[in-house]
Design a protein. Structure first.
Length: 76
């Protein structure tokens, strides 16, 4: 039970770092001395890239969870 709570804490920590990185990157892009069209294009590109990474990460987490669940069932 304690290990599960540690894993949840780590997930929240990583999510916090990820959110901070996203906010920081967006702020950097918005305050950069570029034309509005360039900034919008760059934001769109970064958003699509982030969406792809997020989908990959979610798929990995689901696979890990399924793997752990099947391991637990076999061991029980």
């Amino acid at each position: 039970m304690a290990q599960n709570e540690d894993n949840n804490g780590m997930m929240y920590l990583l999510a916090g770092f990820g959110l901070g990185a996203i906010v920081g990157a967006a702020a950097g892009l918005l305050f950069a001395p570029k034309a509005g069209e360039e900034v919008r294009e760059e934001l769109g590109t970064k958003a699509k890239e982030l969406q792809g990474r997020t989908k990959e990460w979610i798929a990995e987490q689901k696979a890990k969870k399924a793997s752990l669940a099947s391991t637990d069932e076999v061991g029980a």
